[in-house]
Design a binder for this molecule. Structure first.
Ligand code: HEC
Length: 152
């Protein structure tokens, strides 16, 4: 019943994004706060993925709640990148602040795409979830590729 758009690629994107989440124990302040928001985004993405991809039972409420949590965390995360806030524990790259329009655009697009996914779930549009999830998850890869330096 689902169109399976490149699930292997999609899952590799998600798990790439999720690996290494435990590597930053020394972070404090705004860096810690944005990492925690990213963890919330990661946790909810992992929860929604198998449902949206059709490999777990349909649960529209779980998709709606998970996508809403991603949307809210993405909106909050944008406030957690004050200029120059790198640290030895952070994986944020300095080009975030030289290319802020692109960085903030990707974060806003994550929030918007997560909001759209939540709305589809709310409206019982279960046939649309796979594409909407893929669109949302592309923001993770696009931003991490350009603006995140894995340190572990
Ligand atoms: C607009 C850019 C951007 C988008 C979009 C984005 N991320 Fe991130 N993410 C980052 C940056 C930058 C870091 C590193 C933050 C730091 O270490 O200071 C990060 C870190 C993470 C971490 C590690 C958190 C930790 O413990 O340090 C996870 C997990 C993560 N992102 C998951 C995701 C997932 C899943 C998505 C998509 C649903 C996503 N991200 C979308 C920029 C983004």
């Amino acid at each position: 019943m689902f169109r399976r758009t490149q699930p292997a690629i999609l899952f590799s994107i998600i798990f790439l994004s999720l690996s290494g989440a435990q590597a930053h124990d020394g972070a404090t302040g705004v860096v810690k706060e944005r990492m925690d928001l990213m963890k919330t985004i990661g946790k909810n993405t992992k929860m929604v993925a198998p449902i949206a991809m059709g490999s777990a039972d349909m649960d529209l409420k779980a998709v709606e709640d998970g996508a809403t949590a991603i949307q809210n965390a993405a909106i909050m995360a944008l406030e957690k990148f004050p200029e120059g806030s790198t640290s030895e524990h952070s994986e944020a790259k300095a080009n975030i602040w030289t290319d802020w329009d692109k960085f903030s655009g990707l974060m806003k697009s994550l929030a918007a795409d997560a909001g759209a996914l939540a709305q589809l779930a709310k409206d019982d549009e279960d046939f649309e979830l796979t594409d909407a999830f893929s669109k949302m998850a592309n923001n993770c890869k696009n931003c991490h590729t350009e603006f995140r330096q894995k340190k572990n």
